[in-house]
Design a protein around this ligand. Sequence first.
Ligand SMILES: *[C@@H]1O[C@H](CO)[C@@H](O)[C@H](O)[C@H]1NC(C)=O
Length: 171
Amino acid sequence: MGSQRTLRPGSGRTALLLAGLLVALWQRCAASCPEKDLEDREEEANIVLTGTVDEIINMDPVHNTYSCKVRVWRYLKGKSTVNREILLDGGNKVMIGGFGNPGICDNRVATGDTRIFFLNPAPESMGPEHKNELMLNSSLMRITLRNLEDVEHCVEDGPTLLLNHAIDTVT
Ligand SMILES: *[C@@H]1O[C@H](CO)[C@@H](O)[C@H](O)[C@H]1NC(C)=O
């Protein structure tokens, strides 16, 4: 009977260790940037495309934001929203603003980076300097087969899109 009341040696330490681990995990999660579900991100973005950063421009030294000229590989969503005024350099490039936006978790690129971009046309309220610019709406996404499949699944387009992208990238 009496033995039931004695704690196993080390169990107190184990509990402490577990508590410490939980705190560490919690801090990690709290510190990381909260990201919406891909489904919601796809829903909020009227344009989703894959492209490569060609040039970084309009670096704002105060807010640390910038725009990029991006060479478009493929539209995963909203191609018809991208009109002639938005297209640059003969039609295969667009200007994307909003890099460095602290409201977006993964918000930075370098020249030559290829990503999936979740975008919306810049609202008129942003002023004439953003006219015909597309704005980053949520985090940049790396191009992997898995990511492309996930995005395509959200957009609910056919699997041909993936094949076409592979062909585009190779050729
Ligand atoms: C993304 O677009 C939605 C509208 O679809 C808007 O409400 C939201 O504020 C935008 N997010 C950012 C970071 O611009």
